[in-house]
Write a protein that binds this ligand. Structure first.
Ligand SMILES: [Cu+2]
Length: 247
């Protein structure tokens, strides 16, 4: 459909089907209610000598539209349940996924890869400074092989499960909620200070996509965007090596 961005996610078509289902249901409700409005406007318009009838209520009608609305919403809840729990309630096993840590802050995205040991080094908000924006503890052995990507760039290999540990830099009173949003992946997830949220996806096409912050997070919200590059495994490994060499 022309109004949706292309889908490059394994679960994207499930999200799109739900979108169209909701659009169809609300479309029917919209047409019916607007038609009733117009019919009533014309039919009961002012006419000389005709008096309005006072109607207090209509129990049958009220029960009718309450039941129809209730059943519709409950059906939607049941229909979407499987998709929701697949995407948000489960994640692929950590040892079979590409691990990435994404940390949001006002107003940028920081990306870190764990290196061969698959362990992220400790971070500590007391160590945060302009040249250590994540507050990485350099003494932690688990962090020795970590790879910190240039600001606002996330690279991932194509056709692989990517497991993101989504964080928001946690400094009391200084941070707010951000939201990691990639329209082409049909993926949106809030990033909360003090909490790590697991987010996963599997991109089916190489290319460059925009990561936007989808939570109004302050004056610089509009410029809080980053680039997601989906590339072949070889290109991804080469990029990691290049970043590591320049670190
Ligand atoms: Cu933001």
């Amino acid at each position: 459909m022309p109004w949706l961005p292309p889908n490059v996610s394994t679960f994207g078509s499930d999200i799109d089907s739900l979108f169209y289902l909701v659009l169809f249901a609300t479309g029917i409700a919209f047409v019916l209610t607007e038609a009733a409005l117009i019919i009533f406007l014309v039919r009961y318009r002012h006419r000389e000598g005709r008096q309005a009838t006072f109607i207090h209520s209509n129990r049958r009608l009220e029960i009718g539209w309450t039941v129809v609305a209730g059943v519709s919403f409950f059906s939607l809840a049941l229909i979407q349940q499987g998709t929701w729990s697949f995407i948000k309630g489960s994640s692929p096993p950590e040892d079979q996924s590409v691990l990435v840590e994404v940390t949001s802050r006002q107003f940028e995205w920081h990306v870190r890869y764990p290196g061969p040991d698959r362990q992220f080094g400790r971070v500590d908000s007391a160590r945060i400074s302009s040249n250590n924006p994540l507050g990485v503890d350099a003494a932690d052995p688990a962090g020795q092989d970590d790879i910190i990507a240039p600001v606002n760039s996330l690279h991932v290999p194509v056709n692989q499960n990517i497991l993101i540990l989504l964080r928001s830099r946690d400094q009391a009173f200084k941070e707010v909620i951000h939201s990691f949003f990639v329209p082409q992946l049909r993926l949106k997830q809030d990033a909360l200070p003090g909490q790590t949220t697991k987010v996963w996806f599997n991109a089916t096409q190489t290319g460059s996509y925009e990561i936007a912050c989808a939570e109004l997070c302050g004056l610089g919200h509009y410029r809080m965007r980053a680039a997601l590059t989906v590339e072949t495994r070889e290109q991804f490994e080469a990029w990691l090596q290049k970043v590591k060499a320049g670190q």
